[in-house]
Design a binder for this molecule. Structure first.
Ligand code: NDP
Length: 254
């Protein structure tokens, strides 16, 4: 059983559906930290309604690219955990920009990096002590989400090896691809660093999903993607540590 989980960007898209799926488990986590940039805003209404119906949801503000906001959220999470560690951290928040190679500029590169790379980096840094605590509490368990795990929601578009297959001249999303390749590297570095602590670190490709980011053209619904992700989370072990895994559980080459 996963005792506690934190999801960033959980007010809509894949993040919101993951919260729903955690709630539907036969043994839901005792604490589900559903975080988003603006819990009071109009784009968080569905999440607010969900949180009002389930006492195990803790709705908290967390802007992944703002270190002060991340630290504030961690203080709150620690209070709710009451001395226990955090089992699972899902760095889901992300943004996309669609400029082509000829047009992409410094601002777009930096903005995308700030959310997609710096965000997961600093959220992981700040929550690392709580993940470590969970690993210590569950020392007898094998590496995995029941013990302590850090999952970075990445993308196959960040896979360098797959680029000849995934590159579309009309939809180059340069800054997004580069940021997800960097997130993949970050995941590998986290896996190397945190292995000694018993924290599993995996990058996860959720599939091409109908969300604002994925667009209506995407073949998968959030329900299909999140259902697959829940199965994958349950099966993560040492084998997938430091790798990029798809929503169907297949390893994707870097
Ligand atoms: P959505 O556009 O539906 O949702 C993005 C979420 O990220 C929103 O909740 C948004 O919050 C949040 N967010 C953006 N910036 C920040 C920030 N600085 N701090 C906190 N939250 C933030 O996208 P998806 O659900 O599709 O994407 C979720 C993840 O899945 C992303 O990492 C994306 O790259 C990845 N992914 C998605 C694919 C797809 O096809 N949909 C394919 C491959 C990967 P707000 O409402 O405040 O803007």
């Amino acid at each position: 059983m996963i005792g506690s989980v934190l999801v960033t960007g959980s007010n809509r898209g894949i993040g919101f559906e993951l919260i729903n799926k955690f709630l539907c488990r036969s043994q839901p986590p005792e604490k589900i930290f559903a975080t988003c940039r603006n819990p009071e805003g109009p784009r968080s209404e569905e999440l607010r309604i969900l949180a009002s119906k389930h006492t195990n949801i803790v709705l908290l503000p967390l802007d992944a690219s703002n270190i002060e906001s991340v630290k504030k959220a961690a203080v709150e999470v620690e209070k709710y955990l009451n001395g226990s560690g955090l089992n699972l951290l899902i760095n889901n928040a992300g943004v996309i920009s669609r400029e082509k190679l000829e047009k992409v500029d410094a601002d777009e590169m930096i903005d995308t990096f700030k959310t997609n790379v710096v965000g997961p980096l600093q959220v992981s840094q700040v929550f690392y002590p709580l993940l470590k605590k969970s690993a210590e509490e569950n020392a007898e368990k094998p590496l995995g989400c029941m013990k302590a795990a850090l999952v970075n929601v990445s993308s196959m578009l960040g896979s360098i090896e797959r680029t000849p297959l995934t590159f579309q001249p009309e939809n180059q999303v340069i800054s997004y691809r580069v940021s997800k390749a960097a997130l993949n590297m970050l995941t590998r570095l986290q896996a190397e660093s945190y292995k000694k602590d018993g924290i599993l670190c995996t990058a996860l490709h959720p599939g091409w999903v109908k969300t604002e980011l994925g667009t209506e053209r995407a073949p998968l619904t959030t329900h299909e993607s999140a259902t697959g992700i829940m199965d994958v989370l349950g099966s993560l072990s040492e084998k997938q540590n430091g790798l990029l895994v798809s929503w169907e559980g297949n390893v994707i080459p870097w």
